[in-house]
Design a protein around this ligand. Structure first.
Ligand code: AMP
Length: 318
């Protein structure tokens, strides 16, 4: 079961194109290695958490505790099943405007906690590429930087979080984006007795986003992301005006051509930011009374942002 969820995570990355991984090194070293590490991370997390529970069960004899928690034979599937049945899911929202770093830091949280990152942008782009019914409906509005209808994205998430790789929890990236979506999310979680457990808000001024967004190039197949200034591909050449030569924009690993997202343009960004401030930011106030919103300064180097995220993920950070 663990291996299959690992494979799913790897597969998600293959179709993923949203990641803004501002270091080419980071971008190119992800994939199989991190997937391998996860197969050991999850049992460790489960065993560690189980250990905590064991300490609380003070009246049981050691042997009984072990049997109760791990089943006889320390069967991984039985432990997983126990946690999936009795423990609440860890449900996080990675919040922030386009270019804030959700695609950079989400995979690191995935690796650390062993829960999957679900990007509605990735899922919609996959649907557009596959020319599914949803993709055909969403393509034009996405290209212009508008929001796809609540019904469509809520339906996508409703189905996706039922998948086995979400059974311990998940990280939402790009969802919810409207109050209607957050209410629909709360409702679908409440139906199973769950709720959003953490909102990490990556705060960054609009002024820096245009450079981040408009300079990003992507290797579509792997999701590896580059930036003309912050993480250029090795083969990149500049013309006399300092602009990248199209033919030189190649993926470091495969040498295949890179592409720019059709909505990574200054015009579409204006629209994306308008909907972010008008429709998405109010979601923070929706979750603040629960004491689960943690703000992170995303306008600093990657290590600084990651340090603040780690702090925000800890229970004591609220
Ligand atoms: P992203 O990759 O998160 O920047 O999303 C790319 C585009 O997909 C957005 O500009 C929207 O057009 C669409 N999209 C992604 N997630 C949502 C959502 N939760 N609600 C509506 N539209 C979305």
């Amino acid at each position: 079961m663990l291996l299959s969820s690992t494979a799913r995570l790897a597969a998600r990355r293959v179709v993923s194109t949203a990641a803004f991984r501002s270091s080419a090194r980071t971008a190119t070293t992800r994939s199989a290695a991190s997937a391998d590490s996860r197969s050991s991370i999850m049992p460790l997390a489960v065993v560690a958490a189980a250990g905590g529970l064991a300490l609380g069960a003070s009246r049981m004899r050691e042997e009984e505790k072990t049997q109760c928690l791990f089943g006889t034979g320390s069967n991984t599937e039985a432990i997983e099943e126990k946690f999936a049945t009795y423990w609440p899911r860890n449900i996080m929202i990675l919040f922030g405007p386009p270019g804030a770093g959700k695609g950079t830091h989400g995979p690191k949280i995935e690796d650390m906690l062993g829960i999957v990152q679900l990007s509605t942008g990735d899922m919609l782009r996959a649907a557009v590429s596959a020319k599914t019914e949803v993709g055909l409906k969403a393509a034009a509005v996405m290209k212009a930087g508008g929001l796809v209808s609540d019904d469509i994205v809520v339906g996508i998430i409703r189905d996706r979080i039922k998948e086995p790789d979400c059974k311990f929890g998940f990280i939402l990236d790009g969802f919810p984006r409207t109050l209607v979506q957050s209410q629909a999310l709360d409702k679908m979680l409440a139906d199973e007795g769950a709720c959003v457990t953490k909102v990490i808000s990556l705060d960054i001024p609009d002024e820096v986003l245009e450079e981040r967004i408009c300079g990003r190039w992507i290797h579509k197949k792997s999701g590896r992301s580059y930036h003309v200034k912050f993480a250029p591909p090795k083969a990149m050449k500049l013309d006399n005006n300092g602009n990248p030569v199209l033919e030189s924009m190649k993926d470091n690993e495969t040498g295949e051509p890179l592409m720019q997202r059709p909505d990574d343009t200054p015009a579409a960004l204006v629209k994306r930011l308008q909907s972010y401030h008008g429709e998405t930011v109010p979601i923070l106030n929706h979750y603040k009374p629960n004491g689960i919103v943690a703000a992170v300064n995303a306008n600093q180097g990657m290590d600084g942002v990651w340090g603040e995220i780690l702090k925000a993920l800890k229970r004591s950070a609220q």
